[in-house]
Design a protein around this ligand. Sequence first.
Ligand code: SAM
Length: 330
Amino acid sequence: MIDPFGRRISYLRVSVTDRCDFRCVYCMAEDMTFLPKAEILSLEELDRLCSAFVGLGVRKLRLTGGEPLVRKGIMGLIRNLSRHLDSGALEELTLTTNGSQLGKYARELADCGVRRVNVSIDSLDPEKFTRITRWGKLEPVLAGIQAAKDAGIRVKLNTVALKGVNDDEFYRLIEWCGENGHDITFIEVMPMGDIGGENRVDQFYPISLLRSHLAKRWTLTENSHRSGGPARYVTLEETGQRVGFITPLTHNFCESCNRVRLTCTGTLYMCLGQDDAADLRAPLRQSESDEALVAAIREAITRKPKGHDFIIDRRHSGPAVERHMSVTGG
Ligand code: SAM
């Protein structure tokens, strides 16, 4: 699949549920309304959709959410999808998770061929962690990370940089990752969805500032490592550690975008920061053959836009897109 800008689409992110056991302040309102269960694709339908994408050249599949590991029966889906790893059609099957259920599932994930997971942690202070996630507890997440490591799964931390919230913890987070052998990527907060009383301008911490902050402590060298994603990396010369930055606001990275995003209702978003989407549920359900589905996917790829237009400033403090990050899973 090649889009109109010559970019090869080889990466599918799938939000398997919009539900989550956390309510992170920058992600969701506390009283979120979730989709009625009837609208959500069954695990068999998700498998069929993912498999159609693999057939069209997707080499990397990431399950996300909501919280992917709270979806009932999720391990059955992961085990079924792992057949594409066994056949060599898929290079990587991975997850982005809040880690709350990792302790329970890490071994089975490793057994299904999952080699890396991204775990979202914005603070190593238990009280602050609960303040940010509203409903989360740090301790089971740390235990989950340890379980993943013990099972041979590499862990990368994803940390959203939040002004006045965790900007005093960046050194500590990096050092903790260094001590425990994890990578870390910092992310700028994106204006997605209504989050109740919270104000995006108040939350926004530009990564350019974070870089200069880190440069006070370490010598940063630009690193050529590319994960196939939007992160840019630096190496901390003193420790050899790699630190990534995802900067949707301060630096647009769309020119190398290789991904599309599927929601748990079968809607395909060709860009995280735009509203245009394609309904794949109707062609999926229309017939047992994949012909209409494949045609709908191919048509959607011809509509992949050049990039997003996120802005956060005093004049633009509302959402750039109406949907929450939990719809497409980031
Ligand atoms: N529940 C899983 C997790 O916590 O990683 C997967 C879904 S969560 C929506 C995926 C990632 O998006 C998390 O790292 C989260 O911190 C991030 N995220 C959510 N809302 C965001 C926003 N408005 N801007 C930037 N990152 C956001």
